[in-house]
Design a protein around this ligand. Structure first.
Ligand code: HEC
Ligand code: HEC
Length: 275
């Protein structure tokens, strides 16, 4: 796939520029095995799995009218949604339907996919019976095979709900700007971290805890795991303090008053006290 090839080349270039030598841990993912001919069943089901996989990896090209950012699903769900500690989607199919506190409603997996389209991709929802939605669900079901229904998953681990954005700006300049750009706007195909083409304020990644956990485990992409907990927290505080698109209706999130301490906006229901 041309897009993926370009990305690999760009990341390799990022890696070489400031350090001179190619790192052994260059790629985002070492555990993922792309569904190959032996794992993916044949026939119509196999074609649907492959289309779903392609939508996750080239979301904007696949769904131009539903994506408002320059991110793709696998900008965050690294390794085609199968990478440990990178918000894995493996098993997601077995976790729905379930209650979601942010919506205070039972969510089907299609609702949860639409949450990411609306917030993480700053786009618009797909109809449940849209063929693209069906293909996404089919792919998620495929990578959830063997996971028991009712699996609760790992989720994003907790941690401090606030960091030092001033200290984080320095971490950003030293460790992130070479790929994501000095203004966080991304250098295609590396996605933006803030600004008009990024995820919106309603996205999970706009929360300090979620961003810190993702960054701690996965960024810098070519040196995953190299930041200290404090540097990851502070750079997450900096990134989440930067301007990004609004999300209309965000004040209606967590209507039962259980907004987490790092929710980056005020809700009508109020928030839990920091723990
Ligand atoms: C900006 C980062 C980002 C992007 C882009 C993104 N997501 Fe997500 N996604 C998240 C975060 C954060 C969560 C919440 C993880 C948690 O609650 O533990 C999540 C959760 C999910 C879940 C629920 C997982 C579970 O086990 O409950 C699904 C399904 C999902 N995303 C699908 C998608 C799809 C499909 C796309 C592309 C259309 C997408 N996401 C794009 C960040 C992102
Ligand atoms: C070697 C290049 C590189 C470096 C350095 C790097 N990133 Fe990334 N980052 C990427 C790429 C590429 C992606 C998207 C992965 C994909 O599409 O497969 C990404 C994705 C992300 C995402 C989720 C998607 C988005 O755009 O919001 C966040 C958050 C992020 N990086 C934060 C950081 C932070 C913070 C640092 C510094 C500590 C950093 N990155 C350093 C290349 C890099």
């Amino acid at each position: 796939m041309r897009y993926l090839l370009v990305l690999t080349v760009a990341v390799a270039a990022c890696d070489r520029a400031p350090h001179g030598s190619a790192s052994a841990a260059v790629t985002a993912d070492t555990s993922f095995r792309a569904p190959d001919g032996s794992a993916v069943p044949g026939g119509e089901l196999g074609r649907s799995i492959r289309r779903g996989h392609a939508i996750l990896a080239a979301t904007r090209d696949s769904l131009p009218s539903h994506v408002g950012s320059t991110l793709r699903c696998t900008s965050c769900h690294l390794g085609d949604g199968r990478q440990k500690d990178a918000i894995p989607l493996t098993g997601a199919y077995a976790r729905y339907p379930r209650y979601g506190a942010r919506a205070a409603a039972i969510q089907r997996i299609e609702d949860r996919i639409n949450d990411c389209l609306l917030r993480s991709l700053n786009g618009s929802a797909l109809a449940f019976d849209d063929p693209a939605m069906r293909d996404i669900v089919v792919y998620l079901a495929f990578i959830s095979r063997g996971v028991p229904v009712g699996d609760t998953g790992r989720g994003v681990p907790g941690g401090p709900a606030a960091g030092d954005a001033v200290a984080g700006a320095q971490v950003f300049r030293s460790h992130c700007a070479r790929c994501h750009g000095a203004e966080g706007a991304g250098i295609a195909p590396v996605p933006p971290l803030w600004g008009s083409r990024s995820f919106n304020i309603g996205a999970g990644m706009a929360r300090v805890r979620t961003a810190a956990a993702f960054i701690r485990h996965n960024m810098p992409l070519d040196r995953a795991g190299s930041l200290t907990d404090l540097d990851a927290l502070n750079v997450a505080a900096y990134v989440t303090s930067r301007p990004r698109p609004d999300f209309a209706g965000k004040e209606r999130d967590w209507p039962r008053g259980d907004a987490p301490p790092d929710a980056p906006y005020t809700t009508l229901g109020g928030r839990r006290s920091p723990q």
